[in-house]
Design a protein around this ligand. Structure first.
Ligand code: A3P
Length: 305
């Protein structure tokens, strides 16, 4: 199913806009709108929201392992489906019509949409749960650059200046907010976090930190399991930790998408601090200034190493 990326992210792919926010190719305003207006939500639903490259796939896999880990048939069914079906806004394959036909005992959705484009009122009113994951913006930028290298459209006339091959140039363009994926012109990851962070202390909301998950997976996975109402025994917890380690997930992905390496690189390094090998001092300092300016009035403290 990862091969389908090549279709969505084809050479001529252009971004679409929704209420002033730019969505990356493959993410469709029509689907997002249907999800906003019509999608039925119930209390067993779990929405995993995030900005790209912050650990989305990891959190989705953890939730699937917690819910279906004891049942290999379910796990296989839902994990195989997850990629195609779980994004609210992944329009090319995931029309809401398709959602409606699948009746899961529990539904796990993901979204990269900015908060104003998700109907949080409805999610909350119907008792659904929200999990949001953040990652330090320096490693996020590095992960994003390596991922974007795989986009077939990166060389098109439209995208070439936005996704330069040169590493330093890439980060300069990105940090200036010129790509503004899932954001408004001139904005990006930090503004998106800010909008979602206002839900931090709401009922039925769990905020996760990528680096904390890396440093103490047992603790964080236990937190997720308790939050979604499926506490794990020690043995089950160890099993989920093992199955969702970077090494296990990478190995598993190589089995299912062996020839995908030059395309979407989901499992690259999975580390904290790789930014030190890629960002210039000036770029790193620019991020520090932006964090202060945009998130200075929140209690977010990013972990950089
Ligand atoms: P890197 O490019 O730094 O390796 P997303 O799923 O939101 O696109 O995030 C992708 C990032 O999460 C990639 O970061 C990927 O390697 C990392 N990742 C995926 N699974 C992981 C895991 N089990 N443990 C740690 N990092 C993981």
């Amino acid at each position: 199913y990862l091969k389908q990326f090549k279709i969505f992210f084809g050479e001529d792919a252009m971004p679409k806009e929704m209420n002033g926010y730019r969505l990356l190719p493959g993410f469709e305003p029509d689907s997002a709108k249907v999800a906003y207006d019509q999608m039925e939500i119930n209390e067993s639903d779990i929405l995993i929201a995030s900005y790209p490259k912050t650990g989305t796939t990891w959190v989705v896999s953890i939730v699937h392992q917690i819910l279906y880990g004891d049942n290999p048939a379910d796990l296989e069914k839902y994990s195989a489906l997850q990629f195609c079906f779980h994004y609210l806004e992944f329009g090319a394959v995931c029309k809401y019509e398709v959602f409606k036909k699948i009746s899961f005992p529990r539904q796990v959705f993901a979204t990269h949409l900015p908060e104003p484009l998700v109907n949080m009122k409805k999610f909350k009113a119907n008792g659904a749960k929200l999990i949001y994951v953040i990652r330090n913006p320096k490693d996020q930028a590095v992960s994003w650059r390596h991922f974007a290298k795989g986009f077939a459209f990166a060389k098109s006339e439209f995208w070439k200046p936005l996704l330069p091959e040169d590493e330093k140039e890439f980060y300069d363009v990105y940090l200036a907010g010129n790509q503004y994926a899932f954001a408004k012109k001139g904005e990006g990851y930090l503004e998106c976090i800010k909008e979602w962070y206002k839900h931090k202390n709401d009922e039925n909301v769990l905020f996760l930190v990528y680096e904390e998950m890396k440093k103490n997976p047992h603790n964080e996975i236990k937190k997720i399991a308790d939050f979604i109402g499926k506490p794990l025994s020690d043995e089950q917890l160890n099993n989920v930790v093992e199955k969702t380690s970077f090494a296990s997930m990478k190995k598993e992905s190589e089995k299912t998408a062996p020839d995908n390496n030059e395309g979407a690189q989901f499992f690259r390094k999975g580390q904290i601090g790789d930014w030190k090998n890629h960002l210039t001092v000036a770029q790193s300092e620019l991020i520090d200034r932006k964090v202060k300016e945009i998130l200075g009035d929140t209690d977010i403290q990013f972990i950089y190493e």
